[in-house]
Design a protein around this ligand. Sequence first.
Ligand code: 0RA
Length: 648
Amino acid sequence: MAKTNDAAESSYGASDIQVLKGLEAVRKRPGMYIGSTSSRGLHHLVYEVVDNSIDEALAGYCDSVAVTIHADDSITVTDNGRGIPVDIHPVEKIPGVELAMTVLHAGGKFDKHSYKVSGGLHGVGVSVVNALSETLKVWIKRDGKEHYMDFTRGDTTTKLKQLGTVKGKESGTKIWFKPDAQIFTELVYDFSILASRLRELSFLNKGVMISLKDERAGQEREETYHAKGGLKEFVAYLNANKKVLHNEIVYLDAEKDDIGIELALQYNDGYNENVFSFVNNINTHEGGTHLTGFKSALTSVINKHLDKSSFAKKDKEAKLSGEDAREGLTAVLSVKVREPQFEGQTKTKLGNSEVESAVKTTVNEWLATYLEEHPRVANIVLEKALAAARAREAARKARDLTRKKSALDVGNLPGKLADCSLSDPAMCELYLVEGDSAGGSAKQGRDRMFQAILPLRGKILNVEKARIDKILSNEEIRTIITAIGTGIKEEFALDGARYHKIIIMTDADVDGAHIRTLLLTFFYRQMPELIESGMVYIAQPPLFRVAKGKEEYYAYDAAERDEIAKRLGGGADGKANINVQRYKGLGEMNPEQLWKTTMDPETRTILKVNVEDAVMADSIFQMLMGDEVEPRRIFIEQNAKFVSNLDI
Ligand code: 0RA
């Protein structure tokens, strides 16, 4: 290990004591290190260990990583990298592995030749995993020997010892850990959550073999992810349920100014843009310089190609916008940067300015040549972008109708909206309610000071299948946009929001789920910032009313219903005059019941919509809302409760 943690090496003051105290700080405030102690944090532990193995792969020393979920929800991660160093650290006088496991931020490799994933969501170090595990055991094969050590809640229990010898040049690290029940509120791993990140990592790290095995009773399975084609396979995966416009995936793998640049793209016949960007394997949700470089190169190359092309003159006059050039585009951009600077609200925006020019120059040259050499693909791209430009023109007119003059200009608000009386958006909520009758109840039951109601009639348009001009000509959608006040797409402005909570309230049946998905698709595609800033919610109306005489209770699932019935002294079979009513729709509740169960901030539960995994969300929306029937059928068969897969 080249270096230990910075604080320990330089002169130390009060602020360093925390660090030197070791892992107590992590156990005291786990959220600071892994974000949360719920399911997300639990899964984060695995990513943290796997990231270290992937770092070995990026440094060129490892090509295989295996993750196992054991029967007790403990985890093993095995790799065939160099193995964590076991020699005694000259300054700290303890073995490298002990240092990596017990000192905060000492786990990384600080030699400049590796792409350490630092400053992003991950990269806090394996010591954090150790601190938050009941037990952690590590086996290291290195220099012809196998070494072992273990820990309890971050403290060394078995000092480093040698187990025996290993054959030849065999090396690697195996880490087993059991997340600490004193720390985590959720201890059960979700195979599909781990699978989707590991699959993504395999796409991002060409050639690395990653496996995931589940040993838990009744759900034994094993999957292997191995993308020899890297991002090319990623794009093929993302476009799997779409109609592609050209078969060959356009693919670039280059290095410029010490920056690794990998890009794959392919157009489909849809109207959405699906561009994902990564820096050192971290999904840069907020984009940044690498993405800007790519987008400006794409727009400029396509415009230059149009100028040279044989397309009709009148078509050429309209300059293609970036949006036009990206309609129907599926692309993944992955850069590897030595010292990434992450910015933005969620630290997922790349700030390094040198990356912008490197990506821009590289993509410019390479894409221009590609289009030159592939005239058929070039024509398809130009036609697609020109069609988008024409639609954009038509949409502009429609969009003008939805743009309100000022947030206070009530005159422009849709007549169906029952607005609230407060004007501070931070205090205000907008309920989007399925159907006029439930809308009526909600209007009567609400607190009109801060709750506004917008009833929606029937199904809203499926935005997954429509181009922007058609979307904006839809009455229901225009009403929603005007009521919210932010505008959409590139004109979106968060500070125009008239409410800081947009709450979707639909019936607890299949139609309700469909309408909810349509609305979520609309927000995801047209106002993603609204979701990212945590302003979109889903109301949770009760499924049952359980009453005995004058006493009444509401249950949100069958288990709760049975529990209440039991408490009231009967059991679910209706003894002791217990009356159980199943609500089929919101309309069956009177205004007071609706207020009490679903709208009163004191008693209601609302779920915040959180599309963290945009890659998954996109393919799920596409699958549920797109044209291809077969993938949808298979998906619904496999995921009966599909809404929970949106990570809501
Ligand atoms: C520090 C230095 C070196 C490797 C590692 C850490 C390392 C850590 C983990 C965690 C899981 N798998 C790992 N593999 C390696 C480089 C050691 C050298 O220079 O040989």
